[in-house]
Each structure stands twice: as structure tokens, then as C-alpha cells.
Ligand binder design. Structure first.
Ligand code: TMP
Length: 244
């Protein structure tokens, strides 16, 4: 399959990092941890998400994920695309142009995995809609948190029991298996952009794996100060103790 989009944010000043994975993989927790770690290190970070990264997007998110709503699959695909079109133009591009490090909880790969692999829409249609919505803006780095469907189900079950669930959380295991396989395929097609992280470990273990990828990446892009650059080159143990 072709890359999700055709142009990366490389021609813009900031850095665009996306977090992906099946429901319950822990990506949102990892995004929060990374954002606070980067802020402690003096790096300005914008956190956002899809769906729901703009005021319009928040309203679309509420409608899309409402467990009571009967959403036609084509309508679902198009509303995710509408959310993304607004997000790219009103929030992502302006933030990147202002030299921000942008961390987004999901982006276009989610449409390839959920609506493409999960719902079964043709790859060509998905690519066309993704291209339209993103204007070719693609992430510089994507962290894919990989977890089996059985393990993710244990985590989402807690959300379901506490009623903090959404319409896609409660899809069956076959759907989530197709989505996971879809993500794995995307990662195979774009190994330079997409880094797969084993999400079975503890929150802290996964966080260390995230830092091991993100700090050298930010350094390569010249987004770390001299002191942070030195830390990003230090072995993990030294780096962590010097950060405390
Ligand atoms: P979240 O729970 O990670 O915030 O994501 C909300 C749900 O929306 C999740 O089940 C994945 C789904 N989703 C899609 O199906 N397609 C998309 O393009 C996006 C961004 C999310």
C-alpha cells in the first residue's frame, strides 16, 4: 500500500509525532507522559488528538463515538475525514509553522487501519480521502503501540465497566484483529516513519521505549538545546538519573 500521505511536515519548522494503536494499547497515557517529560526539559509541546482536536472536532467526536448512535460506515469515514480536514487546517499546520513539537493522539493511519482494514473500504478510496483531508501533511514520526487484541480487551473492559467507553471500543474481536493487522501492515510499508513499540510492558517500561525513540529524533531535527542533546546521547540509565 502507498504511504498514507505524500508530503511530510519536513518542510515545516516543528515536528509532528503521532500515536497509534488499537483501543486499550496505552497510547494516550504515553502521550501525556512524553508531553510532561518534554516540558520538564524546556521543550514547547502541543498535544492534540483525532477525532476532537478542534472545537468543531469535539462536537464531531461526541457524535461519532456515541454508543447510542447508529452510524453508517461511509458516514463514519467521512466524518473522521471532516474532523481531520478541520484539524489539519486550523490547528496542525499553524502549530507546525510556529515551530511547535506537536503530539497527536491518532491521525490518518487510524483511518487506514479502522475504516480501511477494519470496515473494509478499498485502499484507493481511503488514500483519496486521506489525501484530501490531510493536504499531504504526514507525520515525521509515528509511534505504533502494539498489543494483542486479547490484552487490549482486558484494558478496555475496565473502561466499559466504568462506562468510559465509545462506539468503536465495543466492536467485536474480529474487527479489532483486522485493525491491529492493518496497523502492522502500515508499519511494514513505512519503517522509517513508523516505530513499533511493544505495549505489553508496564507504563514506565513503555515510556522508556518511547523516550529512546523520541529524544534522538528531536535531536536529529535540532529541536533539543545543547544540554538536552548531550542527555539524549547518554545511555538510558545515565540519562534517567541525570533527569531526576
Ligand atoms: P481514541 O479512543 O483513541 O480517542 O479514538 C477514538 C476512536 O476513534 C477509536 O476507537 C479509533 C477511532 N478512529 C477511527 O475509527 N478512525 C479514525 O480516523 C480515527 C482518528 C479514530
Amino acid at each position: 500500500m502507498n504511504p498514507t500521505c505524500t508530503t511530510s511536515s519536513n518542510n515545516m519548522a516543528g515536528a509532528f509525532i503521532t500515536f497509534e494503536g488499537i483501543d486499550g494499547c496505552g497510547k494516550s497515557t504515553q502521550l501525556r507522559l512524553l508531553a510532561s517529560e518534554l516540558r520538564v526539559r524546556g521543550i514547547t509541546v502541543v498535544t492534540t488528538r483525532e477525532p476532537g482536536g478542534t472545537p468543531l472536532g469535539q462536537r464531531l467526536r461526541a457524535a461519532l463515538l456515541d454508543v447510542q448512535e447508529q452510524v453508517d460506515p461511509l458516514a463514519e469515514l467521512l466524518v473522521f475525514a471532516a474532523d481531520r480536514a478541520q484539524h489539519v487546517r486550523k490547528h496542525l499546520r499553524p502549530s507546525l509553522a510556529a515551530n511547535q513539537v506537536v503530539l497527536s493522539d491518532r491521525y490518518a493511519d487510524a483511518t487506514v487501519a479502522y475504516q480501511g482494514a477494519g470496515r473494509g473500504f478499498a485502499p484507493e478510496l481511503i488514500q483519496e480521502i486521506v489525501q484530501l483531508a490531510t493536504e499531504g501533511l504526514r507525520p515525521d514520526l509515528t509511534l505504533l503501540f502494539d498489543l494483542s487484541v486479547a490484552e487490549s480487551a482486558v484494558r478496555t473492559r475496565r473502561r466499559i465497566e466504568s462506562k468510559r467507553t465509545d462506539r468503536l471500543d465495543i466492536e467485536d474481536a474480529e474487527f479489532h484483529t483486522r485493525v491491529r493487522n492493518g496497523y502492522v501492515e502500515i508499519a511494514k510499508a513505512e519503517p522509517a516513519r513508523i516505530k513499533v513499540i511493544d505495549a505489553r510492558g508496564s507504563v514506565q517500561e513503555t515510556h522508556l521505549a518511547v523516550m529512546d525513540i523520541v529524544m534522538p529524533f528531536l535531536e536529529d531535527r535540532g529541536l533539543l538545546g545543547a544540554e538536552q542533546s548531550a542527555k539524549s546521547k547518554a545511555p538510558r540509565g545515565k540519562r534517567e538519573s541525570s533527569a531526576n
